[in-house]
Design a protein around this ligand. Structure first.
Ligand code: SF4
Ligand code: SF4
Ligand code: SF4
Length: 205
């Protein structure tokens, strides 16, 4: 019987929430305990579906969400330097001083879009990642290998970022999973999601 760690280890680890869960760990739990479909990890694409199907002895199915190019965030000059995106970014790839224009390290950006959801100025675009344009020309096997390595790179960045954030927490809480979003990130992101939901429902009244 596969365990939670085996499932979580296969997921793409960008913590983007595109699967409909607050990160890879909750989605892995839903796959294991609620028999949720194995095709919801968009950044993981077909490779993740194939691996999950093998592990869980399930049929290979088509991705639930359309596949996208390898992307990165791009901050526009209208940035007011509020630093919210820095706090929300799971890979710690945004830099900038308060009230100054922020920038993104493309190599470390997973394209998870969490910064887009939180930015109050709508000044972050998602664009094809120039660091990885070569991937388009790889064979399927090479792409799968690249994706595997990339997943590990992202996971290392997420763990490093969370260790840094957790050290800052005055009261260390037990059960903070090292590769999940930290509580402060989740709180910020949930607030941003609620704000955009409220905005949307007000517009449509
Ligand atoms: S990488 Fe994103 S879509 Fe995939 S499992 Fe993790 S949070 Fe969900
Ligand atoms: S910069 Fe934005 S898209 Fe890139 S990893 Fe950070 S939060 Fe995700
Ligand atoms: S959240 Fe938006 S406005 Fe705030 S620092 Fe980041 S890019 Fe600039």
């Amino acid at each position: 019987m596969p365990n939670l760690k085996q499932i979580e280890d296969i997921l793409a680890q960008t913590q983007c929430g595109e699967c409909g869960y607050d990160g890879c760990s909750p989605y892995a739990e839903a796959i294991l305990n609620e028999d949720i479909a194995i095709n919801r990890c968009r950044p993981g694409g077909e490779l993740v579906i194939k691996k999950l199907a093998k592990l869980l002895n399930k049929p290979i199915i088509r991705p639930a969400l359309p596949q996208e190019k390898i992307s990165t965030a791009n901050i526009l000059t209208s940035c007011i330097g509020c630093t919210l995106c820095i706090q929300a970014c799971p890979t710690d790839c945004i830099t900038g001083a308060p009230r100054k224009l922020h920038t993104v390290n493309n190599y470390n950006c997973s394209g998870c879009k969490l910064c887009v959801k939180i930015c109050p100025e709508n000044c972050i675009d998602i664009i094809p990642n120039p660091e990885f344009s070569f991937v388009e020309n790889l064979s399927q096997d090479e792409k799968d290998k690249w994706q595997e390595n990339r997943r590990n790179e992202i996971l290392d960045l997420v763990i490093k970022r969370n260790n840094k954030a957790n050290k800052k927490l005055k009261t260390k809480k037990k059960n903070i999973k090292e590769a999940s979003l930290s509580e402060e990130q989740l709180e910020l992101i949930n607030k941003a999601r609620k704000k955009s939901k409220d905005k949307y429902s007000t517009k449509n009244k």
